[in-house]
Ligand binder design. Structure first.
Ligand SMILES: Nc1ncnc2c1ncn2[C@@H]1O[C@H](COP(=O)(O)OP(=O)(O)OP(=O)(O)O)[C@@H](O)[C@H]1O
Ligand SMILES: [Mg+2]
Length: 268
């Protein structure tokens, strides 16, 4: 894989939120969803965001991706204010079945974000590299509807990787998958992220997944939500599904995250 070329093509990317506040307007009127969010995501960092359903995880991701306006504070990406989708930031949504085009082959789905910007040979090479990264090189000529859910999700991830983003924003990307497929995609993502140095902000409900993959775990709590826990995950890399998850350090970190989510003691 041309990792050097990948790294050269990316620019420095980080996020800084200061006193971020987000207000959304629903049937009951305006509601402050996020308040006093102070967060720095460094270049190349893998940060997971956890929190109860409805706490504002997707909203936070949308703000970072320039898809949602804030009502207070500042959000900067690589030092510049975020006031629309930054060029180098790609979002992977949870619902992959609706984001793939059924009439396009896997290869042409992966090419979607780059085909109008690159020459044909360059585009083909990027697509082949991205498919290899997620282990789908043998399915390039298939159609998405002939693939399993896990494979379809890998196509969506390959499409994001083909754009060679500096930042990947992922909203419960493995939420709907079985445990085996999930573990395999976690390891592929871990490998690709280490190779490319991509910054990842990863929303999940899965505490084990968050601790296993991340350099840092953030837990949203309260209403409006603020950051209840900001925990560095200093586990050595590369991580391993069996040995990492058996280590006392991993278990202690997992315990702290469960506690922050209100499941301490009995359930942790
Ligand atoms: N367009 C909208 N207008 C008004 N309120 C909204 C809108 N979208 C979301 N909300 C509200 O904002 C809050 C946060 O929603 P968000 O989708 O960010 O939560 P979440 O943490 O991602 O939840 P989940 O884990 O269920 O995906 C919720 O209370 C939701 O009802
Ligand atoms: Mg959500």
């Amino acid at each position: 894989m041309p990792v050097d070329a990948y790294q050269k093509s990316t620019s420095v990317h980080s996020f800084t939120c200061e006193d971020l506040e987000v207000t959304l307007f629903g049937a009951a009127g305006a509601a402050i969803i996020l308040q006093d969010i102070n967060l720095h995501v460094a270049k190349g960092e893998f940060v997971s965001v956890l929190g109860p359903s409805g706490s504002g995880k997707t909203t936070l991701l949308r703000v970072l991706g320039g898809l949602q306006e804030k009502s207070g504070g500042t959000v900067r990406s690589a030092g510049a204010p975020v006031d629309g989708p930054p060029a180098d930031v790609v979002t992977v949504f949870q619902d992959y079945s609706h984001s793939l085009l059924p009439w396009r082959s896997v290869r042409r789905n992966v090419a979607l974000g780059i085909e109008s910007k690159l020459s044909k040979p360059e585009c083909a090479k990027r697509v082949a590299d991205a498919l290899a990264m997620v282990g789908l090189e043998d399915s390039a000529d298939e159609y998405p509807w002939r693939l399993s859910g896990g494979m379809q999700q890998r196509v969506q991830i390959a499409r994001a990787l083909a754009m060679r983003p500096s930042v990947l924003l992922m909203d419960e990307p493995f939420g709907a998958l079985d445990a085996m497929t999930k573990a395999s995609l976690q390891d592929q993502l871990q490998r690709v992220q280490e190779l490319t140095g991509t910054t990842v902000v990863f929303v999940t409900h899965d505490v084990e997944e968050a601790v296993y993959l991340s350099n840092r775990v953030i837990v949203l709590e309260g209403r409006p939500a603020g950051i209840g826990l900001d925990l560095a995950i200093g586990l050595p890399s590369p991580r391993d599904q069996i040995t990492t998850k058996e280590s006392p350090e991993y278990l202690a970190l997992r315990h702290r995250v469960y506690e922050a989510l209100g499941h301490g003691g009995r359930h942790a």
